[in-house]
Design a protein around this ligand. Structure first.
Ligand SMILES: [Zn+2]
Length: 183
């Protein structure tokens, strides 16, 4: 194989035998199948001061609370994204990763089950992060049961204009289910 054609191939850095692929999509497919539980934190991550992490935690809780509305039409699936650096995301969720894609550069965390309420309360430093109290004993809350929890993903997102000017930044996206009722 010539050097030129070798350069255009995409190597899997996680395989011992340095397997290469013709396209990035091929490498991503391989990663999804063979390295679906890979979650080592990459060495380029920098430490973020605790007070900066706390600010982003407050942003997350505020965005969750905004979606805990008191109207039946707001029950069900919710999704929102916040701007968040890779370092910051790892500072908050690094030890809870369920997946890191080396080739895609994205991370994923999934919290489910009753214990996830307490686990995220500890992370967010807010014991009431998952519920919002309204008048007349009415409550809206994040529904966390087995396999239907809160999915958190981080990746670079952006777009280009017709002249090829690209804008992009890191975003953390949160997906969860809201339920409501009397208590
Ligand atoms: Zn591999």
């Amino acid at each position: 194989m010539s050097i030129a054609s070798n350069l255009t191939r995409f190597p899997c850095t996680l395989c011992d035998n340095n397997r290469t692929f013709k396209s990035k999509a091929g490498l991503q497919r391989h990663e999804n199948i063979k390295h679906s539980d890979y979650k080592d934190i990459p060495t380029h991550i920098l430490l973020v001061p605790e007070y900066e992490l706390l600010h982003v935690k407050h942003v997350i809780v505020k965005e969750i609370q905004k979606r805990l509305k008191n109207h039946y039409s707001n029950k069900g699936g919710q999704v929102f994204s916040i701007h968040c650096s890779e370092n910051c995301f790892i500072g908050i969720f690094g030890q809870y990763l369920t997946r890191y894609s080396v080739c895609g550069g994205w991370y994923r965390c999934f919290f489910d089950g009753e214990e996830a309420i307490d686990q995220l309360a500890e992370i967010f430093k807010d014991v009431r992060w998952a519920e919002r109290n309204y008048e007349n004993r009415q409550l809206s809350w994040v529904k966390l049961c087995l396999e239907r929890g809160i999915l958190i993903e981080w990746k670079i997102r952006g777009f280009s204009d017709k002249a090829g000017h690209r804008c992009e930044s890191g975003e953390a996206t949160f997906r969860f289910i809201v339920d409501q009722g009397q208590f």
